[in-house]
Design a protein around this ligand. Sequence first.
Ligand SMILES: [Zn+2]
Length: 260
Amino acid sequence: MNATEARRRAREIIAESSALAVLTGAGVSAESGVPTFRGAGGLWRGRNAWELATPEAFRRDPAEVWEFYEARLSGLRRVAPNEGHRALAALEATRDRFWLLTQNVDGLHRDAGSRNVFELHGTIRVARCSDCALETATEAALRDWSPGGIPRCEACLAHLRPAVVWFGESLPAAALRAADEAIRSCDTFLVVGTSGLVQPAASFAFQARRRGARVVEVNPQETPITQVADVSLRGPSGAELPALLGKEERTLLTPRTADG
Ligand SMILES: [Zn+2]
């Protein structure tokens, strides 16, 4: 199948879908300029970002872990959702049954207007008490913060931590339940910008496929998901996703500015 045929086939599948599940990964955010843990953006002060994203790192040096996340949050203030994010929000607006499962913690899908979002790896926008589990907006928790400090819970004064899933931690139960429902109920499973290597999300497309769903992949590179995909679009999601929308959905995209 050449690229033109692949786009036509993918458009047909999406147009016919009435229960659409979507899984997004780091590639979608990277197109907005969000650094990924892998690659050049994965270094912070000469250290691997993933070394700081662990419960052990937080126990050892919570102030350093907060400096790392504050830097990531500051970086997010300078980025915005891209056309791929907006296309997914537009798709949702015309579907009765729609689930957006994401491995991204940056909140850009919600910024773009997506509503039925399930954050499998948590969100950097929320901080959670390491003791009583009370949640608060990270921006508010860091209002009086300065480097070296550790924000504390208003209720019990224990350390707050980012409400993200660290390496070795289990995924939020509510997000996993939503993923399970999406996999069981969808007729089409769209996988965007994820390498298909991080479990359990890597297995979602395979499970949906076994239950009879069609699988559409959007990724510049071939991935393990390619083998179960009905069609794979080899391009950035910011270009490929808007091309999947029907006429009605395209009208929902935010109008471009004159120079954009
Ligand atoms: Zn607390």
